[in-house]
Every structure is written in C-alpha cells, then in structure tokens.
Design a protein around this ligand. Structure first.
Ligand code: GLA
Length: 377
C-alpha cells in the first residue's frame, strides 16, 4: 500500500511526497452500543488503513486524488461548502470543524488510498476522518492531540456528513497502540492500552451483507437508551446501576427493559474483559465475547440471520475461544478470538461452513492490532 501510494504520488506530482499519513480501521472486541451511553468499549485498531501521501501548498487549496475511486477532489479552505456525499465530504467536514475550533489550516495536494473495506463496519469513515485531521495538522505544523481530534472528527461526522456515530471509532483510530486493544471510558475519554492475550489472533469475519435500515435503527436504539436513562433521572445509561435497574425493571415496558439490560450487562462485561486481558486470560475474554453476542441478539436486537450464522460457524470451528457480531450490527462483520496455532484450520472451516449455511462467500481477515493514526515520514 505504502509503496504504491508513493509511486503514484511521484508519477502524478513529479517528486516523492513530503509526508505520508496512515490511519487505521478498527474492530471492536467488546463493548457494543455502549459508547453513546457514556459507557466502556474495548476496540483495537487493525492493520488495514487509509493512507495519504501529500505535500504542502503555498495557498489554501486542497487537491486530492483517490486511487480507489479514480476521482480527484478540490476545495478551498476559505470557502468550504457541502457538495455531495462522496469521500471528499469527510475531508471537507474535518477541515471545517478544525477551522471552527480556530486551527489555522494550510493547503496541500496528494494521493489517497485505503484497504479498510468500506461499509463493512470496520470504521472506514473514522479512518478517513482521522487521516484528514492528521494531514491538516501535519501540514499546518499543529501539535497532535489524538483525543481532542477524535472529538472533532466525531463532530464533523455528526454535523457535516450527518451520521450520528459515537466516540469509539475516532478515539481508537487516534489512540491505539500496536499489539494492544484500547480500553476506553467514553465519558471521561480516559484510555488504557491492554495487551492481546498471548498465543491468540483476532479474526474479522465479514458476512458480506450490509446494513439496510441501519441508520434509522441505530438512531432508534440511541433514542430508546436515552429515554430509559431519563426515566431513571440519570444522565446516561452508564449511571444506571444493576441494583437500580433490578428494582424498577418490572415497571419498564419490554423493549426498554431489554435495551437497558444490554447496556448495563455489556458495560460490566467490557470492564471484566479488560481485566481478563490484563491477566492474559483468553478463555475468559472469549466467554465474555460469546455472552455479548447473546445480549446483542436477544436484548438489543441488532444482529441478523447472517451474523448469527457467522458466529455459530466460528464457534464450531477449531481453535475458537469466542465470537460475536461487531460494530453497529444488522450486517457487516463478526469478530472471533482464535488460538494462534489453529488459525489456518479456523479460517478454512468458517469459510466452508458459512458458505454452506448462507450460500454467501464470506471475506475473512486475520487482523493484527496496529498503532493509531500517524505520520510515517
Ligand atoms: C457504530 C458507531 C459507534 C458505536 C457502534 C456500536 O460503529 O459508529 O460509535 O456506537 O456503532 O457499538
């Protein structure tokens, strides 16, 4: 990826790039639909990323060519306007948010490419936004503060792109450390790197189905969670203790009870999962991942027949310690924790079993935990 980008940059602009930016996608190990409830998440950045090769310009113009879309986008930092729905909107949204916050930006030109599958739930959009933020910051010589930039990118996605996502994706994309997952408190943004259990690998299992009504269902889940928190007089579901919930659960309607139960139990599973990782307890982490899937399927109701099929195939495969859907749900990917020695057999088994079950050909990736967004050169 890196050498292809440098080559393309050199071919198009006549000399090698001044800067190279790498910004990873992510997979969430556990802590699903908890970020917008001010709760805990445990994602890791993956070794698939958005890359930008660039050089500063003396003016306020930005000109970027996307190798993946075979498109060039151009805009002026002095008059940013929403102009469509494509990849360039993410760059403009980030630039606008940075300028709103008083960062003095400068123009640049470059080439962009990535290998985070788009729309698969591996956070290709946060990867692109954080890549843009890293690029603008580097070109303007601004200090890099990953958590602050993550908040800014979340705002850009909420306001400019119009998607109501939480803080998990840009945070892990910005703050991750290679070989580790990121245990993140989504209220305080306190983040701790926790090591992956020894002798295990993380498998990302793409069902190749995409979430249809996902945005409306996602917003509906958020609204349901907010309503229950309000009912209990709490700022967010994060503040609802198990005891408080148990005392009043019978008075809630079935849907509210299920949604709240998922968030409360998922938060505690996520805290336990981080502890298990610190102790190198892969079995316990796998068990918690399995329980998370059940909760997402039964109580939060965001799984799908294909995700359930994938999770079942994974659990039946050699070396599997645990498997669950990952990301917003309704389609996209599952994640599994697998004994390193059995990885090859695991992948072969899952590919065949899932295909038999669904008549779909899955995309399966072995992912290594990568560093957050960085300037490579
Ligand atoms: C999407 C959002 C995240 C998070 C997950 C569910 O990926 O972008 O902020 O809410 O769904 O855990």
């Amino acid at each position: 990826m890196k050498s292809r980008l440098v080559e393309e940059f050199t071919r198009r602009l006549g000399r090698p790039p001044a800067l190279l930016i790498r910004s990873p996608g992510r997979v969430n190990l556990i802590g699903e639909h908890t970020d917008y409830n001010d709760g805990f998440v445990l994602p890791m950045a993956i070794d698939r990323a958005v890359w930008i090769a660039l050089r500063p310009r003396p003016d306020a113009h930005v000109r970027v060519h996307s190798l993946d879309f075979c498109q060039t986008a151009e805009f002026d930092l002095g008059c940013l306007q929403k102009g469509g729905s494509g990849w360039a909107e993410y760059l403009k949204g980030v630039a606008a948010a940075m300028q709103e916050d008083g960062f003095p930006l400068r123009g640049w030109e470059g080439v962009l490419s990535g290998d985070v599958p788009i729309g698969a739930g591996l956070s290709s959009s946060a990867a692109l936004e954080m890549a843009a933020a890293r690029a603008f910051a580097a070109v303007a010589g601004l200090p890099w503060e990953a958590a602050g930039m993550a908040r800014l990118c979340q705002r850009a996605e909420n306001r400019w792109v119009g998607v109501r996502c939480g803080i998990m994706d840009p945070m892990v994309c910005g703050c991750a450390r290679a070989g580790h997952a990121l245990f993140l408190d989504c209220r305080s943004l306190e983040a701790a790197a926790v090591p992956l259990p020894p002798a295990t690998v993380v498998a990302v299992l793409d069902t190749t189905t995409r979430r249809g009504l996902a945005d409306s269902a996602y917003n509906e889940r958020r609204a349901q969670c907010e309503a229950v928190a309000k009912l209990f007089g709490q700022r967010a579901l994060r503040d609802l203790t198990e005891a408080m919930f148990q005392e009043f659960a019978a008075q809630l309607d079935t849907v509210s009870r299920r949604r709240a139960r998922h968030v409360i139990t998922e938060n505690s599973r996520t805290v336990q999962a981080a502890d298990a990782m610190r102790q190198g307890d892969a079995e316990e982490l796998g068990r918690l991942m399995n329980a998370s899937h059940e909760s997402l399927r039964e109580d939060f109701e965001v799984s799908s027949p294909e995700l359930d099929a994938m999770v079942e195939c994974a659990r039946a495969a050699p070396g599997c310690l645990g498997a669950r859907m990952t990301g917003a749900g309704f389609g996209g990917c599952a994640v599994a924790l697998v004994r390193a020695g059995a990885a090859e057999e695991f992948f072969a088994f899952v590919a065949a079993a899932y295909c038999r079950r669904t008549c779909l050909k899955p995309q399966l990736y072995l992912c290594r935990a990568a560093n957050g967004a960085e300037v490579i050169a």
